[in-house]
Design a protein around this ligand. Structure first.
Ligand code: PRT
Ligand code: ZN
Length: 285
């Protein structure tokens, strides 16, 4: 059987979460510092460990069938690949920043100024859309030092916590692009490989849905069941079993993480007791 060739970052901010995701999908493979390739023993897949910048090109050329890369790198490289799904990790933003003491009036500040960046395409597009004529200097790394050494008046770089900008005397003034890890695939995969990709996406969806839900068990007086199950409708509908104690039932269901605490508080007010919250490993509809 044909193997799906999967490109992931060898070492960096995408690596650990990429490996963790495939492992959570039950796909076993070895990872080692000196390894460039690794075959899965329990799924028809072969992993290639690459620099993140090379991944979109390799997937576009068919050297790899699928890959995981930051959206910032994908858009900057303008490769023709298929975006399969957003993965929700390695979140960051590409932002314009200037020296901390600048009284920033808005994007027009950059008119006629020079900006250092490793993302000339994304930045160029943003400047054009905003009608700003600025000089873009390409630098492949350590962009944040450019204003300090007099190379540019502003920078456009990846920001996560903002700590790097701060420690270089800069402030973020204009977020221009939000990024997260994306699963990409080659545009002309064979039927056989598409089927393998579908199996992986199905498993990833189960893992991602489970991450954002909790299994909840609670006890409630019977006359409060209806009100409580309005808040926790469950996958199809909640399970309700009578307790040994007369007039009480146990309710089992799933709750979404984002409005979790508000719902738990509302259910307590309605008379729910003995609330147990359990993490879900996989969720399959
Ligand atoms: O060696 P290789 O080429 O494979 O890796 P790399 O060094 O080019 O990339 P890497 O591992 O640093 O980042 C991979 C991807 O992670 C990026 O393309 C982004 O999609 C995403 N990501 C998430 C980040 C950050 N967070 C991040 N904080 N990429 C870079 N940074 C850097 C940024 O360049 C700046 O220097 O961290 C600094 C800013 O961080 P804060 O927290 O101080 O704001
Ligand atoms: Zn890189």
């Amino acid at each position: 059987m044909k193997k799906l060739k999967i490109a992931i970052q060898k070492s960096g901010r995408l690596s650990d979460d990429s490996v963790k995701l495939f492992k959570a999908c039950g796909i076993k493979f070895e990872v080692g510092k000196s390894k460039l390739m690794s075959e899965s023993k329990n799924f028809p897949a072969e992993f290639l460990f690459l620099r993140d910048d090379d991944i979109p090109g390799y997937v576009a050329d068919g050297v790899a069938d699928v890959g995981i890369v930051g959206d910032n790198v994908l858009v900057e490289h303008e490769c023709h690949v298929n975006r399969v799904k957003s993965l929700g990790f390695s979140k960051c933003r590409l932002s314009l920043a200037v020296a901390r003491d600048v009284d920033y009036p808005g994007v027009s500040y950059f008119e006629g100024k020079s900006i250092a960046t490793s993302y000339p395409n994304i930045l160029g597009k943003f400047l054009k859309e905003n009608g700003v004529d600025a000089q873009v200097h390409f630098i492949s790394g350590s962009v944040e030092i450019a204003p300090g050494i007099g190379l540019a008046e502003g920078v456009c770089d990846i920001v996560s916590t903002g700590g790097t900008l701060l420690s270089n005397g800069l402030k973020e003034v204009e977020p221009i692009f939000n990024s997260e890890a994306i699963l990409i695939s080659n545009n002309s995969l064979s039927e056989e490989k598409l089927e393998l990709l579908d199996r992986i996406v199905f498993r990833m969806n189960a893992v991602q849905t489970a991450d954002t839900h909790k299994y909840v068990l609670l006890n409630a007086p019977n006359d409060k069941i209806e009100a409580i199950i309005n808040i926790m409708p469950g996958m199809k509908s909640p399970t309700i079993t009578p307790l040994a104690k007369e007039g009480w039932s146990s309710i089992h269901s799933v709750l979404k993480e984002n409005d979790f605490w508000e719902n738990i508080e509302a259910m307590r007010k309605m008379g729910a007791e003995g609330i147990l919250v359990i993490p879900i490993e996989k969720m399959i509809f």
